[in-house]
Design a protein around this ligand. Structure first.
Ligand code: GRG
Length: 309
């Protein structure tokens, strides 16, 4: 299988160009999604949702989804970006709720005021809740536009909702909250992050592959790639939290403040970095094993460990 995008080269310049173009397409899909939110939403809730969704960010999950779709079918269309936007709606809600005073109590996200600081706690809570079913509807409509069969549509939405739910992101967040001030063992930390961060990242790849009608072996290879970069991503997140300033991160480093166990507290900086690199290498090996030729996914595995925010 060959990726449509960037099949010739995956150097740093081409990765930056690719990411910029892809982010613009994702932004356009997100704008369509936000403009399409139910008119019944009260104005303050709709404004909070717009703030949370359109607030920038790396857009890594949708980019991965479209990259997987492209690697399996060769032709990402507008509808593929609409499908990918469903993941970002879930991600946006999780950040909006995570920043609330009852959780991280954060003032800054992506270099600007968090949604509740701008629109109030109540509107932010409601907007976050409204984004969950909106994401499922978004995926449902996109699968329709992509011409997915009924069983494929159901599999794609199942992957999204399971990754977002108690066995995935929400469950990981519970473990994270319960783990504040407690020293977690390595296996517990892996489990926490496989759920809290890794599940949605892996779902991004799996959804793209499923929607493209990829054979089971390719779906499995992309899922394995997703799991590995999910772990690499989180290890790097801990490294950045321990080493970077709020200016660079666009948010205040908070792991130490909240007494969280991190890969840095467990292994130290150097070993944490080595483990992130190891997971990135495993991700690329999973693509090779699945005979998936996708230079941009290879480059994205590198981007995940080399990123600075
Ligand atoms: C009430 C238990 C409970 C759950 C609600 C709040 C919540 C659901 C889940 C939170 C999950 C969470 C905060 C995951 C964070 C994962 C993470 C590392 C986010 C940062 O992702 P990036 O770096 O951010 O991709 P950008 O800004 O680039 O989009």
């Amino acid at each position: 299988m060959t990726a449509l995008i960037g099949a010739d080269s995956a150097g740093t310049d081409s990765l930056e160009c690719y990411l910029e173009t892809e982010r613009e397409r994702v932004e356009a899909a997100l704008l369509r999604a936000v403009d399409g939110l139910p008119r019944s939403l009260p104005a303050d809730v709709a404004a909070a949702a717009r703030h949370g969704v359109m607030g920038g960010g790396k857009r890594l999950r949708p980019v991965l989804c479209v990259a997987a779709y492209g690697a399996c079918s060769g032709a990402p269309s507008t509808a593929a970006y609409d499908l990918a936007a469903s993941l970002e709606l879930i991600h946006a809600y999780s950040l909006m709720h995570d920043d609330l005073p009852c959780m991280d109590d954060a003032d800054l996200r992506r270099g600007r005021a968090t949604t509740h600081r701008e629109h109030g706690e109540e509107a932010t809570m409601r907007a976050g809740a409204a984004l969950i079913p909106a994401a499922a509807l978004q995926a449902l409509r996109a699968c329709g536009s992509l011409g997915c069969a009924r069983e494929t549509t159901s599999a794609v939405i199942g992957v999204l909702l399971r990754a977002a739910g108690a066995g995935g992101m929400v469950g990981g967040q519970w473990v994270d909250l319960e783990g504040e001030g407690v020293s977690l063992a390595a296996a517990e930390l892996d489990d926490l992050h496989r759920r809290k961060t890794g599940a949605l990242l892996a779902a991004s790849l799996e959804m793209g592959a499923l929607a493209a009608g990829a054979p089971a072996a390719a779906v499995e290879a992309l899922r394995a790639y997703g799991r590995a970069i999910g772990l690499a991503f989180q290890i790097v997140d801990d490294v950045l939290d321990a080493t970077q300033s709020a200016d660079t991160l666009g948010k205040n480093p908070s792991d130490e403040v909240h007494g969280k166990s991190t890969y840095v507290s467990l292994y130290g900086l150097e070993e944490a970095r080595r483990r992130a690199l190891d997971q990135s290498t495993r991700a690329v090996a999973a693509l090779d094993e699945g005979a998936i030729e996708a230079p941009m996914l290879v480059a994205l595995a590198r981007f995940v460990v080399e990123r600075e925010r």
